[in-house]
Design a protein around this ligand. Sequence first.
Ligand code: GUN
Ligand code: FE
Length: 464
Amino acid sequence: LNELRIRTNGALGVDQTTGRIIGIGDDVTDSSTGSAEALVASWTGSQASVKGDVQVTVLSSDQFLLPGLIDTHTHAPQFAFLGIGHDLPLMDWLEKYTFKHESSFKDIELARNFYSGAINRVISNGVTFAAYYGTIHVESNRILADTIRKAGQRAFVGKVCMDVNSPSYYSESTAESIAGTEQFVKAVLGDQGNESGARLVTPIVTPRFAPTCSMESLRGLGDVARRYQLPVQSHLCENPSEVAFVKQLFPDCTSYADVYHRAGLLGKRSIMAHCVHMGAEDIRLLRESGACVSHCPTSNFALGSGIADVRRLMNNGIPVGLGTDVGGGYTPSILDAMRMAAAANRALIAGRRDRGEILEGRDGVPLEAGEAVFLATQGGARVMGMADQLGSLDSGKLFDAIVVDLNVPLSPVPAVSSTPAVKCLEDHPDEAWRVRLEQFVFLADDRNITRVYVNGNLIHAKQT
Ligand code: GUN
Ligand code: FE
């Protein structure tokens, strides 16, 4: 988390057939193994078998590779009303905008026309792996899953379930929630057959949140997750009125997290979004079950939900990743989520100091750029249950990565290599890339993300 690994003049080899990293080395330009062919030979152990098939891509001195960015929480249908209604608190925002808009995805032609544009926007922001919520409609969700698979992105896709406390025009029965989820799961698993390589799109069991789900549906969904060994996603402790409503709806449960726990929905493969207003028992249940948190600071600031205490969650051993929560969040940019995570953490520290609290260890240390990158990569990989396969550029892992180009104007700075910050580091060349990474985190946007790879395949390249 607080150990940044930077390789300069490095080289990385990918096996195109498996999509895996086969080797990674430092300082290739001044070592005796200076040629790509020699490096590949040392990685594969047999120069003859790979010769002729080796494709070499050279990055410029302003470019670098990062592990692919992971969005652990977003809503694909909500891209249509970005930036609208953020003056409303969560429950009013859902009622006035979100449910009405999502209900229109009953029309599968709308889904067909809409989803490809939304997915392309996510990919062009450098997101190689995302956990998507769809709508309640099985057919439209199939189109969403299919669109993602064809675009080559890695994803979890969920059929949203809501059988109570939902408007008549956007609601389903308990049986429809459970049977619809199973139908969607079978369809997505079946659509991908036994294609070579890892499955790109995995269905995820998705009760919207406790207020719109009966205990019977939650239990049924927990059962589906267990039978098909699938991940689960939902919202937890986002807003004070929501938390109070859950308490009123489930008087027998001892906390909000206990509602999901009793339904068998909390486990190592559960992704709980927000976790802003967590009591001691909510934290304990997440810690003991191994459940993970998607921190969505852009959304939390926009809807005024509050500030999640990421260090407290991590100190409890709970895996944390970043989410954009489009459209509670107004942008699909995970870079914005990184900056907002930094701002949220600073606001939290300042508030606690104002109240006279003594902050120990790293609790009082502002979240660094490298830590924000960790949350968006390795942190996300843990939350998605794939830390052994993804999240860092290590030999044996799947090659999900982005190429960052700093030679694109970073607002408001004209060009990075001529900025005073880098100039004043001329005497500290070892610091230069750390500073450049910091500038990337705080200043860059999708214009600086020039290539996106998933499973070793180039799925997006910006025209230069
Ligand atoms: N809680 C339940 N549904 C939603 C949603 O669509 N967005 C956010 N931010 N919170 C929710
Ligand atoms: Fe959400």
